[in-house]
Design a protein. Structure first.
Length: 505
């Protein structure tokens, strides 16, 4: 794209971030060859990070949010897209992960999904990406619900396309849980609309303050808060509302698992933070409600119980799925503490966890590509025949533990500082203790792949193709790089956290 055409398109970048993958999905459905569908999807996904990074740079430069009015209808009458420090940051995370995965996808999808269904997979992939980006960029509560459902419906299909016969059952379980979550969310939004007469997040926050002076309206607002809290928590897999996640990750195609682990829960976490801080937090004194305490309890339970479940798993994908539930616990713990350091740690961990967990699932995808299994018994000794793949797995796994010099350490360091600032010294101990459990489950699989006698499958395995190794090692390298250069994560997260905290009551 020339500089003049880019300059013409620049004012419309917010809508292009949604329109490009949406129309890309439409075009992909007309392609019948998997390689052509992959090529078009690759081109689309490579454009999205350019748009997201441009938006982030502009927001950081001006310090002001970008407001894009759909059809030139101003809020609250029309739907607006709003890009501020937080939304631009999360848009970058989702779009970058979506792009990095695509070179890996060609061989992986070719091996796991039959040719006739591959174009449909890529179409649904782009549709899911559209929904996730839409959730983050919209400034309208009902529009967020629409995008939430687009991404969810696409996710159900992505999971169902797994070749294991339990993939369909896992998709159905997620459909049930996802539908319940979406229903609770929209009931909460409906109550807020009755109270405020608007669906725009900013306008809703402004009108909530005067409305809650009426005791009847206050009760309606608190009820809406409860519905939205539970509904979005189901989507982000907050313990104990996580039961859909392990099977969904275990039986989905490898690329779909990596993509969902790196993006789907992050978009839901963003929606949770946006509603709690930018809507309810402006009108209500959140500290006076039991929400922080409930979040702390559930987050700590996730950190420990999910980590313990990961220790005893024999399926590597399920092990990482339980690990993801624990990592959601870390993120939500920082949200619950709600101070500058803790919220910075939570937001930084959104990106850091996306990088590390995507790398781990891609490594397992490469193993599955070679031996058709990710069971520990079949992976025994595979580090000797796939050293580059399992080396990248080890690097990302070390980051997941929170080892100094990795991205995972930076996140947990700020979470610890946030706990100290809040006077919860016992939580610092819990962060360290739960991290030690991750040492056990990552150490266990490391022992299996490097130190056990090779299984029959491992003996005949070959190193993953270069198209798989490059994205895998890019993410593994980022795990280390982001442990030293934190400008793209901590610095941006700190600015976003400052804005969020500055607006709450």
């Amino acid at each position: 794209m020339s500089s003049s055409s880019w300059g013409t398109a620049e004012p419309h970048l917010p809508i292009l971030l949604v329109i490009v993958p949406l129309f890309g999905a439409l075009l992909v459905t007309f392609l019948r060859r998997g390689i052509l569908a992959w090529a078009l999807t690759l081109a689309v996904t490579f454009v999205l990070p350019l748009i997201a990074i441009t938006l982030l740079a502009k927001v950081l430069q001006t310090g002001q949010p970008i407001i894009y009015e759909i059809g030139n209808w101003p809020a609250p009458i029309g739907i607006v897209y709003k890009v501020d420090q937080l939304s631009a940051y999360v848009l970058c995370v989702i779009s970058v992960i979506g792009a990095v995965i695509m070179p890996f996808a060609r061989r992986s999808i070719g091996a796991e999904i039959q040719e006739s269904a591959q174009s449909w997979y890529y179409a649904v992939y782009l549709l899911c990406l559209t929904g996730l980006l839409g959730i983050v960029i919209t400034g309208d509560a009902f529009n967020a619900f629409v995008f939430l459902e687009i991404s969810s419906l696409a996710t159900y299909v992505l999971i169902a396309l797994g070749r294991h016969r339990r993939a369909l059952l896992s998709a159905y379980q997620y459909l049930i849980m996802g539908t319940i979550g979406a229903t609770l969310y929209i009931i909460g939004v409906g109550l807020l609309y009755v109270v405020t007469g608007t669906l725009n997040f900013d306008d809703m926050a402004t009108r909530l303050g005067p409305a809650i002076a009426d005791p009847g309206y206050r009760n309606a607002v608190l009820t809406a808060l409860g519905f939205i809290f539970v509904g979005v928590s189901l989507k982000l897999a907050l313990f104990p509302m996580h039961v859909w996640l392990p099977n969904a990750y275990a039986y989905a195609p490898s690329v779909a698992t990596a993509f969902l682990a790196g993006t789907a829960t992050k978009a839901a976490i963003y929606l949770f933070i946006r509603v709690i801080f930018s809507v309810f937090g402006i009108a209500l004194a959140i500290d006076s409600l039991p929400i922080p305490l409930v979040l702390i309890v559930l987050s700590i339970a996730a950190m420990f119980l999910a980590s313990f479940s990961a220790v005893f798993e024999e399926d590597a994908k399920r092990m990482l799925a339980y690990s993801s539930i624990a990592q959601v616990g870390y993120i939500m713990l920082g949200v619950a503490l709600a101070n500058q350091a803790s919220l910075t740690g939570s937001l930084a961990h959104i990106a850091n966890h996306a990088v590390m967990k995507t790398a781990l699932f891609l490594a397992l995808g490469a193993v599955f590509y070679r031996i058709g299994s990710v069971m520990y018994a079949d992976m025994a000794g595979i580090g000797r025949t796939m050293p580059l793949t399992m080396g990248a797995f080890a690097v990302a796994g070390i980051g997941l533990m929170g080892t100094p010099g990795t991205a995972g350490f930076i996140s947990k360091w700020y979470l610890g500082l946030g706990a100290i600032d809040a006077g919860h010294y016992s939580i610092v101990f819990m962060i360290v203790a739960s991290s030690l459990i991750s040492v056990i489950y990552i150490g266990r699989i490391t022992e299996v792949v490097w130190f056990r006698a090779p299984s029959e499958s491992a003996k005949t395995a070959k190193e993953a193709p270069l198209s798989m190794l490059i994205p895998l090692w890019l993410l593994a390298g980022a795990t280390v790089y982001l442990g030293f250069d934190t400008q793209a994560t901590v610095d941006v997260s700190a600015k976003a956290a400052e804005v969020l905290l500055g607006g709450i009551r």
